[in-house]
Design a protein around this ligand. Structure first.
Ligand SMILES: [Zn+2]
Length: 95
């Protein structure tokens, strides 16, 4: 009886540890992605982000600094009305 309850506690404990382990693995993977991304980023004198790897391959994409700071994700800034450009996520306007 007593050992049965002990087994249950142990299984619950093991299950919790496995769950925590999975969550930590995911967290590490997210952090590695963020690190790789931030190493590749360059803030231009216009106050927007570019990726060095894309610049080297001839791409001219620019990314929203506000959204990167908030979400750690890159959202492209695209041409909008007139001479302005606009973030595809927060709709912030850039010139
Ligand atoms: Zn934005």
């Amino acid at each position: 009886m007593v050992s049965g309850r002990y087994d249950t506690v142990l299984w619950c404990y093991l299950f919790d540890i496995r769950e925590e382990n999975e969550a930590l693995k995911q967290r590490i993977s997210d952090l590695e992605e963020t690190k790789i991304l931030s190493d590749d980023l360059e803030l231009t004198d216009k106050g927007v982000y570019i990726r060095k790897s894309e610049k080297e391959s001839g791409k001219n994409m620019i990314y929203c600094p506000t959204c990167y700071n908030d979400y750690k994700k890159l959202y492209p800034i695209v041409s909008a009305i007139g001479n302005t450009k606009q973030c595809t996520k927060c709709h912030g306007v850039f010139r």
